[in-house]
Ligand binder design. Structure first.
Ligand code: NAD
Ligand code: TYD
Length: 335
């Protein structure tokens, strides 16, 4: 039986990955280790708890004793656990270094200790810095992170690389573009704009709104990670992107149009410090080497995603009210 440790599996991408893996590989055993920070939410995994192939452990990846204690017989580690919001990293960089860099290092030690078949680091295109109007990030683009968040992710990537070079730990690093889809915490652009529009609240667009992001549906991200896990070449870095570049303002207007809300809700606010202008991924390596292809067009993906938030306003309300933390406390407070 294949056993996979998924860290950060109660967050946005991690919870989608848990669901995806249980559906796609029902014979695998999944262990989800998550410390349930403000965005780790067991409501994202409602219904999954009953699955006998799934186990949840509340714990911090920086806690070496705990990690070494609870993680046994694991064949693969997929590390999603991280502080993930750029704006928060500008306010408080320290926790980003702790969770993203030191946490990764603990997991790498655990991976070595367990002799896993492979360790997968879920990274980001933000490690490459920013692009001008032309060009794409490839796997050989030099790392040039601009925010404390992306700097912590780049540092973690280098540590992963070093464990591969020095200790021959089998690894892959994946670097994806901005994800969207169900269960994304409404501090990120798409769910925040949907949530505010539903309440007829102002939609805060940073600066001139002409910054570009390359949107990837979370389900397409999961299929790519699954391929890398099983077929990725040892030591390889794989860029994963949706090839859907949109200016923020264009995207916000599209959301308003789909929700039939007025553009007068858009409010221009002060720009983010060090705001990266454009991200765009060249994902030809994973397409050629592993045969990956995104399934979603942006039009289908965004329409389905908006519908999901419309159908799950109770989830949105619970998350915004912080009530999910009561749920987590109720479920796992005593552990
Ligand atoms: P998220 O913030 O929704 O979830 C992160 C999860 O990690 C949460 O469940 C949280 O409780 C957990 N966590 C945080 N610190 C922890 C710690 N010290 N120990 C244990 N668990 C901890 O993030 P996400 O959007 O799902 O992102 C997942 C991964 O993908 C991150 O590594 C992020 O850097 C990367 N990524 C995300 C995007 C995106 O668009 N969301 C894009 C590129 C890369
Ligand atoms: P975000 O979802 O925070 O992802 P990232 O910064 O990791 O790309 O932001 C996506 C883009 O949207 C980014 O250019 C910043 C912008 N943005 C706004 O204009 N307003 C907002 O309220 C937020 C959260 C983001």
């Amino acid at each position: 039986m294949v056993k996979i440790l998924i860290t950060g599996g109660a967050g946005f991408i991690g919870s989608n990955f848990v669901r995806y893996m249980l559906d796609t590989h029902p014979d695998y055993e999944l262990l989800n280790l998550d410390s349930l920070t403000y965005c780790g939410n067991l409501e994202n995994l409602r219904g999954v708890e009953e699955n006998p192939s799934y186990t949840f452990i509340k714990g911090d990846i920086t806690d070496k004793d705990l990690v070494f204690d609870v993680v046994e017989d694991v064949d693969y580690i997929v590390n999603f656990a991280a502080e993930s919001h750029v704006d928060r990293s500008i306010e408080d960089p320290a926790i980003f270094v702790k969770s993203n860099v030191m946490g990764t290092q603990v997991l790498l030690d655990a991976a070595l200790n367990l002799g896993v078949e492979k360790y997968i680091q879920i990274s980001t295109d933000e490690v490459y810095g920013t692009l001008g109007e032309e060009g794409y990030f490839t796997e050989t683009t030099p790392l040039a992170p601009n925010s404390p968040y992306s700097a912590s992710k780049a540092a973690a990537d280098l540590m992963v690389r070093a464990y591969n070079e020095t200790f021959k730990l089998p690894i892959n690093i994946t670097r994806c573009s901005n994800n969207y889809g169900p269960y994304q915490f409404p501090e990120k652009l798409i769910p925040l704009m949907i949530s505010n529009a539903l309440e007829d609240k102002a939609l805060p667009v940073y600066g001139d709104g002409l910054h570009v992001r390359d949107w990837l549906h979370v389900h397409d991200h999961c299929t790519a990670i699954d391929l890398v896990l099983h077929q990725g070449r040892d030591g390889g870095v794989y860029n994963i992107g949706g090839n859907n570049e949109k200016q923020n303002i264009e995207l916000v207007k599209l959301i308003l149009k789909i929700l039939d809300k007025p553009e007068s809700l858009i409010t221009s606010v002060e720009d983010r410090k060090g705001h990266d202008r454009r991200y765009a991924i060249d994902s030809s390596k994973i397409q050629k080497e592993l045969g990956w292809k995104p399934k979603y067009t942006f039009e289908t993906g965004i329409t389905e995603t908006i519908q999901w938030y419309l159908d799950h306003q109770d989830w949105l309300e619970t998350v915004k009210s912080g009530e999910y933390q009561n749920y987590d406390e109720k479920m796992y407070g005593g552990r």
